[in-house]
Write a protein that binds this ligand. Structure first.
Ligand code: UDP
Length: 337
């Protein structure tokens, strides 16, 4: 049978992709996007911080397979892979949650160091492309504002955030080395604060903490002065940026995030308003997180020019969708919180 040229082209465009951290918040949204684009996904996760519920809807999807494994061990895949994407890592800095990386310091260092080494080795062996999920944490507590990709960062190598920051900085260096020495086609995305459905309610980060407190009509706990800033990006915007980046030839790091900067105190007021919570806020100076970056805002000039990408979802719209998700998870009926 003669296969039409167009079909051959379609087949070639469908890739087999191994994604580490597929059960996580970002990993599961990325899995959905890759499947929607017609690719096949092998999702690797050891469920230390990932959640099986995030992948439940894919149980009978023939284009998705789960590989339950720790990314810091050697990864064996026999079928030819087209792409490896490394998203596995704890990501919450909050020591009061068992899922925060201060409580998983060695796992976090291993996921960023050995996990990147194994994922890059896999990509090299398969002549596959590679994308690293890096982070705005490589900029540490920045002295330059907003942060562009040229900024080198301000990190304490043994500080409370070092297990995450230094692992990701090492991961970036290793990715560039594989690109330069072995010619692996690599990409690095520096992800700024992202929020949305499937964030874990118990990981201690500001979005799930504040929304849960607001839905329960409790005061929102502000660590430190509340003057520190973040710039929050809705998950669908982030995934769009990553999908565009993975199809380019750009090897240098690209910031993806929303430049809409807000202080944590103002952020708390917005969430209280959206949840009609009148319990207000309380300031917990004692719980100030060590090395808490004081200002964070992405410069997305590169993403705009290379990817023709910029975020579209307004903060209140994204928060309303996230509040709906968390309300359902907590079993609080709409209007009765
Ligand atoms: N934060 C807060 N109350 C909370 C949780 C976090 O005030 O209940 C603050 C935290 O100190 C930081 C900001 O919110 O300044 C964002 O924290 P998150 O853990 O979400 O992530 P980060 O951006 O620091 O990695």
């Amino acid at each position: 049978m003669i296969i039409p040229e167009t079909l051959i082209e379609t087949e070639r465009q469908s890739m087999l992709i191994l994604l580490t951290g597929a059960a996580g918040f970002l990993g599961s949204h990325l899995t959905d996007r890759l499947l929607a684009e017609g690719h096949e996904v092998i999702g690797l996760d050891n469920f230390v911080t990932g959640d099986r519920e995030n992948l439940r809807h894919l149980e009978n999807n023939p284009k998705f397979r789960l590989m339950e494994q720790d990314v810091s061990n050697f990864i064996q895949v026999d079928e030819p892979l087209d792409y490896v994407m490394h998203f596995a890592s704890p990501a919450s800095p909050n020591p009061s949650s068992p899922l925060g990386y201060p409580n998983l310091p060695i796992q976090t260092l291993k996921a960023g160091a050995l996990g990147t080494y194994n994922s890059l080795g896999l990509a090299k062996a398969h002549r596959a492309r590679f994308l690293l999920a890096s982070t705005s944490e490589v900029y540490g507590d920045p002295t330059v504002h907003p942060q562009s990709e040229e900024y080198w960062g301000n990190c304490d190598p043994i500080g409370p955030r070092s297990v995450y920051d230094e692992a990701k900085r090492f991961a970036e260096a290793l990715t560039m080395a594989y690109h330069n020495v072995h010619g692996v086609r690599t990409h690095i995305v520096r992800i700024f604060n992202t929020y949305g459905p499937r964030m874990r309610l118990d990981d201690g980060r500001v979005v799930p903490n504040f929304i849960q407190q607001a839905l329960r009509k409790e005061p929102l706990t502000i660590y430190g002065t509340g003057e520190q800033t973040r710039s929050f990006c809705y998950v669908s915007d982030l995934i769009e940026g990553i999908y565009r980046l993975m199809l380019t030839d750009e090897a240098l790091p690209v910031n993806i995030g929303n430049p809409n900067e807000t202080s944590i105190k103002d952020f708390a007021l917005i969430i209280n308003k959206l949840c009609q919570n009148e319990a207000g806020i309380i300031t917990r100076y004692a719980e100030t997180l060590g090395d808490d970056p004081q200002r964070r805002q992405p410069d997305i000039t590169r993403a705009k020019s290379i990817l023709q990408w910029e975020p579209k979802v307004e903060l209140t719209e994204g928060l309303n969708r996230t509040i709906d998700y968390m309300r359902r998870k907590l079993g609080i009926p709409a209007g009765q919180e």
